[in-house]
Design a protein around this ligand. Structure first.
Ligand SMILES: [Zn+2]
Length: 127
């Protein structure tokens, strides 16, 4: 029952990015995806919802497991992000820095699962 599309949300929060992504006219419909926005941040969009992922300082050199495509990569290939999930909850995510390839590996299903985790506030999981 949202009359607010992800495009509107992006436009509100990141007008510059929205313009780049969608132009000023009616865009193709985007319902799910991860988009680089300003300052190394990422915007996770699912339906009309948007979660902002904020990059964190990285420490250590151990291999890291990407929470989206589930490939284990070297630490230099991934970023640690903090997603605000609801008003009081933060969720930490490890994501490939090359998000295009990562999203391709993960596919729609992987993105949906990630969005469910983030938007769902970490409570419950898709069966
Ligand atoms: Zn990945």
């Amino acid at each position: 029952m949202s009359d607010h599309s992800e495009r509107d949300v992006l436009r509100e929060l990141f007008p510059g990015t929205a313009r780049e992504l969608f132009g000023d006219h009616e865009p193709p419909r985007v319902t799910l995806g991860l988009y680089p926005v300003a300052d190394g941040r990422m915007a996770l969009i699912s339906g009309g919802q948007l979660a902002e992922l904020e990059p964190l300082e990285q420490r250590g050199s151990k291999a890291a497991h990407c929470d989206l495509c589930h490939v284990t990569r070297s630490r230099s290939d991934v970023g640690i992000f903090r997603a605000r999930s609801g008003e009081r909850l933060y969720m930490y995510l490890t994501l490939c820095l090359n998000t295009e390839h990562c999203q391709r590996r993960a596919g729609t299903h992987g993105l949906e699962a990630l969005a469910a985790r983030v938007m769902g506030g970490g409570v419950g999981s898709p069966e």
